[in-house]
Design a protein around this ligand. Structure first.
Ligand SMILES: Cc1cc2nc3c(=O)[nH]c(=O)nc-3n(C[C@H](O)[C@H](O)[C@H](O)COP(=O)(O)OP(=O)(O)OC[C@H]3O[C@@H](n4cnc5c(N)ncnc54)[C@H](O)[C@@H]3O)c2cc1C
Length: 474
C-alpha cells in the first residue's frame, strides 16, 4: 500500500522519540532505548530487520543484531550513600531478612511468568493481547499489591517504584499493580537482569529516522507540499464521516502563516495524542470519550536535559555505565549518549541525558505541569546541574552546554483502572474513518505498544479498503 500521507506538526519527525544534537554528540530528547525483543514478537523483529537493526539469523533462526545497537557491558549502576554499585538493585548492606524478601519477590515474578487458563501469556506485548486471568490486578495500585504480598523492604520498594517512574512517570501509589508487573514480565521474566538493550546516541530517534528513510523522507531536503511525508503540517480539522482532512502546511520561515490544504482519505490513523483529537473533529459529539465518566486519561510531565561535559563522569565504586541512577532521589539519573563510542574514538568529553518525571496524584499533576512549563529554561538547567552535582560533586565545572526539553504531556499514566477500563476502549474506538492509535490509547508509553497499536490500526484500515491480509500479530 503506497497511497498514503504522513502529516507531522513539528519540524522533525519522531514525537517523543525525537533526538537533538550538541556539538559533542547527538542525544535523545525523550525515548532512549528498546529492550531487545523476544523472538515471539515476530512483527517487531520484522520491523527491526527492515530497518537494518537485525542483520542476520543463525541456523536456529535467532536474530543477530548490529553490534553497535546493543548497549555494551556495564548497562546500569546505582549510587547509594555516594558509592556507585553495578546493576539497579540496592543490595549493599541488605540484612538477611531483606535478602529473603527479595528472593520471595523474584520467586513471585517467576510464578507469574506463565500462560493463563485461556492459553495466553499473563503478561505480554501488546498488553491488550495478554490473558484475561490477572486483569483484576489493574484495579489496585502497586503500593496496595506490595502491601498484600507483605513487601516491606525499602530496597525492593525503591527498585519497583523506580521501574514505575522510569517506564510510566508514576510512583507505586499511582501505578496499577498490573502495569507495574507488566514492566517486569511482559517480555518474560529475566534471570539475567538487565536484559540486553538496544540504544543509539540519540535514543529511539534512530529508529524513527530509519523508518522515515524507508519512506523516502530526507530531513534536510526543501519542503515539498506533495511529499508522502510532510513535517510542519498541522492537522486542524477532520470530518470523520467524509474523510475530509484539513492541514496547515508551513514552510521553513518561522513567520510563514502557512497554507491550508484539504485532503480526502478513506482511512485516517490518528497517531497523535488522543487529547488533541476532539479539537480537530468537526463533529465533537461523535467522540466516544465525550460523555465518559470513570478514570480519565492523564499524562505525566517530564523534564529531560542533555548536558555536554568536558570529561566523562566518574564516581567512587563501579565505573560509568550507560544508565546511572541515584537511589532515593526524585530524578532517575542520566544515560550517556556517548557510551557506545568506539574505543578508537579519543575525543574528550561526553554528553549525558538527565531524566526527571514530575510525579503527583491525578489532580495535582496539572499543577506540576504548569510549574514545569512556567519557569524559564535557565532555572531548569540550573536545577539539572545541581542534581548532577549531587551525584558528582564539582561536575558543574565540567559543563559546557545544557539543552533542556520540557514535556508537558510526556506519558499516559497507567493509574489503577485505566488499562482494562472503559476509557481506553472508548479512546481506541474508530470514529467514522478515523482510528486513534498513538501509544497513549494503549495505556503504556512504550515503543512496542505504539508499534503494535499502529500495525493493528493499519491492518484494520487495509481490511476496510479491501486489501486485508493475514494479521502480523498472533
Ligand atoms: C521523556 C520520555 C522518555 C521515554 N522513554 C522511552 C524509552 O526509553 N523507551 C520506550 O519504548 N518509550 C519511551 N518513551 C515513550 C515513547 O516515546 C513513545 O511510546 C513512542 O515514541 C510512541 O509515541 P507516539 O508516536 O505514539 O506518540 P508521540 O510521540 O506523542 O507522537 C505524536 C506526534 O503527533 C504529532 N501531532 C500532535 N498533534 C498534531 C496535529 N494536530 N497534526 C499533526 N501532528 C500532530 C506530534 O507533534 C508528535 O510528533 C518515552 C517518552 C518520553 C516522553
Amino acid at each position: 500500500m503506497h497511497d498514503f500521507r504522513v502529516l507531522e506538526l513539528e519540524d522533525a519527525l519522531g514525537g517523543t522519540a525525537r533526538g537533538g544534537e550538541l556539538p559533542r554528540s547527538r542525544h535523545p530528547l525523550g525515548a532512549h532505548y528498546l529492550p531487545r525483543p523476544e523472538p515471539r514478537f515476530h512483527a517487531l523483529e520484522r520491523l527491526l530487520e527492515d530497518l537494518g537493526v537485525i542483520i542476520g539469523r543463525d541456523p536456529a533462526g535467532r536474530a543477530e543484531y548490529a553490534p553497535s545497537t546493543i548497549v555494551a557491558a556495564s548497562v546500569e549502576r546505582h549510587q547509594l550513600d555516594r558509592i556507585w554499585y553495578a546493576g539497579i538493585s540496592p543490595e549493599h548492606g541488605a540484612t538477611p531478612a531483606e535478602q529473603a524478601e527479595a528472593e520471595r519477590w523474584y520467586a513471585h515474578l517467576r510464578a507469574l511468568d506463565r500462560e493463563g487458563p485461556d492459553g495466553r501469556r499473563q503478561f505480554t506485548l501488546p498488553s491488550w493481547r495478554a490473558s484475561a486471568a490477572l486483569r483484576e490486578l489493574d484495579a489496585i495500585s502497586m503500593r496496595d499489591y506490595l502491601q498484600r504480598l507483605g513487601v516491606t523492604s525499602w530496597r525492593l520498594r525503591w527498585e519497583i517504584d523506580y521501574a514505575c517512574r522510569d517506564d510510566y512517570g508514576c510512583t507505586l501509589e499511582q501505578t496499577s499493580a498490573y502495569a507495574a508487573l507488566h514492566h517486569f514480565l511482559a517480555r518474560g521474566y529475566d534471570e539475567d537482569r538487565p536484559r540486553p538493550l538496544l540504544a543509539w546516541p540519540d535514543g529511539n530517534a534512530e529508529l524513527t529516522r530509519r523508518m522515515a528513510a524507508r519512506l523516502g523522507y530526507i530531513a534536510a531536503a526543501p519542503v515539498d507540499p506533495h511529499a508522502r511525508v510532510r513535517t510542519r503540517a498541522a492537522v486542524v480539522s477532520i470530518d470523520p464521516d467524509r474523510g475530509a482532512l484539513r492541514a496547515v502546511l508551513r514552510g521553513e520561515d518561522p513567520e510563514d502563516p502557512g497554507e491550508l490544504v484539504e485532503l480526502s482519505a478513506r482511512a485516517i490513523l490518528w497517531a497523535a495524542p488522543r487529547f488533541v483529537l476532539p479539537y480537530v473533529l468537526t463533529a465533537r459529539g461523535r467522540d466516544p470519550l465525550a460523555g465518559h465518566r470513570g478514570p480519565a486519561m492523564s499524562y505525566s510531565p517530564w523534564l529531560v536535559a542533555s548536558v555536554e561535559l568536558l570529561d566523562r563522569p566518574g564516581g567512587i565504586g563501579s565505573p560509568l555505565a550507560w544508565d546511572n541512577v541515584p537511589v532515593q532521589r526524585d530524578n532517575l539519573g542520566y544515560v550517556v549518549a556517548t557510551h557506545g563510542e568506539d574505543r578508537s574514538d579519543t575525543r574528550p568529553g561526553a554528553v549525558v541525558t538527565y531524566y526527571e518525571p514530575l510525579t503527583a496524584e491525578t489532580p495535582a499533576v496539572a499543577t506540576r505541569r504548569a510549574e514545569l512549563l512556567a519557569g524559564d529554561l535557565s532555572r531548569w538547567s540550573d536545577h539539572v546541574v545541581r542534581q548532577l552535582a549531587a551525584m558528582h560533586p564539582g561536575i558543574e565545572r565540567q559543563v559546557t552546554r545544557v539543552s533542556v526539553t520540557r514535556w508537558g504531556h510526556a506519558m499516559i499514566r497507567p493509574v489503577p483502572g485505566l488499562l482494562f477500563g472503559d476509557a481506553l476502549a472508548r479512546a481506541r474506538a474508530p470514529i467514522g474513518v478515523v482510528r486513534p492509535c498513538a501509544t497513549d490509547v494503549t495505556g503504556l508509553a512504550l515503543f512496542e505498544q505504539a508499534f503494535y497499536s499502529g500495525v493493528e490500526a493499519a491492518e484494520e484500515a487495509l481490511a476496510r479498503l479491501g486489501r486485508g491480509a493475514a494479521s502480523m500479530i498472533p
